[in-house]
Design a protein around this ligand. Sequence first.
Ligand SMILES: [Fe+2]
Ligand SMILES: [Fe+2]
Length: 333
Amino acid sequence: MVKKQMVTDLNLNTRINDIFLLKDVEFKVRRDKKTIDMFFKIADKAGEIEAINWDVPNDRVEKLSKIKFARVQGYVTKKKIDGTLQATVSSLTETPPLDLDYSDYLPQSKKDLDELMNIVYSNIELIKNIYLKKLLKAFFDDQEFVEKFKKAPAATKVHQPYLGGLLEHTCNLVKICETMGDIYKEINREFLITMALLHDIGKIREYTYDRVIEYTDEGKLLGHIAIGLEMIDQKIKNLNNFPPDLELMIKHTLLSHHGRFEFGSPKLPSILTAIALHYADEIEAKISGFINIKEESGNFNEKWSKWIWWLERPVYLDEEIILKDKISETEED
Ligand SMILES: [Fe+2]
Ligand SMILES: [Fe+2]
């Protein structure tokens, strides 16, 4: 089925009539304790907007909570103060999965993924340590792994939540780690780059990304740190005579890369590489997340973004306009 209407085609008062992905579905019971309203987002690869389906019959709730793709009919009825749109939906009809071209719904990285994979391979080639190289090759010579690594998102929200996002995040992180290695000669550069390449491999199993991007059961129950540890453990078991103390350093760096217990690391970084990797990862995720906010807010022509939960603040969006103006005023002018 050819999709004609994308989220970016929607504006205040636009009539909605196409197939969208339904996300973040929530049902709320009104104060009368009878009437149920459905709050959700309608999405495709271009973006997402909030939607409400008022007064849902009780016997439709279970069915509606399971629908992923539906023909959505209604109108965009509200433009909020932060410029974001809200739709009032009058009809939702489930679409059979075979009728869909999923590429209309999965957001994609704008980068050339083959080029990014070449960055990964050339970094592996530069590694001289035989054990680190063997471990990296155990993953990156495995076509099944590479296919997933190239396709996986880096997250479901916040930073690089699109196909190819994990590869993008990894390549950016490798570059940050290269610079760290240039500045701090005390850091073992090869080890840091190896860990940058491997730190988030568990994400290939943490998320599903064939039809929609969301957590797998394994992702929800274990998370990518535990999954990654298991993947590395398996590969090392198949490598002959892998030094146990190096294995310990690798596992520690992987386990501690989120830097805090409340962010899912069961151990805090206790070696130099681990602390470097954690902060490099934090820089990459935060800056890419910030860029993502600016791109998503681009359609609304507002000065301030909506409230960003993970930053606990809205973001000022006119930075570039001001800086571009001022930077063109050079001393000679
Ligand atoms: Fe991570
Ligand atoms: Fe990461």
